[in-house]
Design a protein around this ligand. Sequence first.
Ligand code: PEP
Length: 252
Amino acid sequence: MRKYIIAGNWKMNNDLGASKLLITNLLNGLVDKKSTEKRIIVSPSFVNLYPVNEWVKDSVIEVAAQNMHFEQSGAFTGEVSASMLKSIGIKTVIIGHSERRTFFNETDELLAKKVETAIQNELEVIFCFGEQLADRKSENHFNVVEAQLSKALFQLKNSAWNQIVLAYEPVWAIGTGETASPEQAQEMHLFIRNLIAKNYSQELANTISILYGGSMKASNAKELLSNLDVDGGLIGGAALNSEEFLTIYNSI
Ligand code: PEP
């Protein structure tokens, strides 16, 4: 059965010292030393992946990369491959974050290639997607989400889906302080689960963790996470503060 996941996306924040401090505070504050029902993940920048992974290795905290290239290796200056991530013990990668789509022109077609490469390299993918404000205002949000998932994920074989975690992140709620209401989140998450059931099977759909992302914080996490189809959160701003992040984790 699917697990709850609380994942913190540190984005381009936290140098080495700040990463160490945040990890120390998380380790000290974690009540759960072992959990079979929920996971906690942090996602530092590329340069801090290795030390952070070392610091958390005897704990429940897992580490994910924020991005990767779709090629295995080659002349792609400034890029990082799936095998490089694997070689330092990273098992999970975030793909398709709205900031990658917006600032680095990552299209659904490109993201499909990244997902394919990650799967081939046995990495777990946290796949992000979600509509813009204009899409929601024009009531086109379900179509947009369906198109994003169809283009990037629905070519995958059944067996690949045990490496997929979904993160629905309405772009209008990311870093804006605006949050989807619990009803809006549940409505979209159920729609997404039904899409997987339609394209694969209900059985498979029931195993997929669907996270919500968009200004989730200590004060609204419980309400969002109490919805039947909200299986966790992808958290930006609030993941930079250990107390906030742990409160969200503990609210499950
Ligand atoms: C994100 O970047 O994935 C995110 C959800 O950010 P925030 O929590 O700051 O809205």
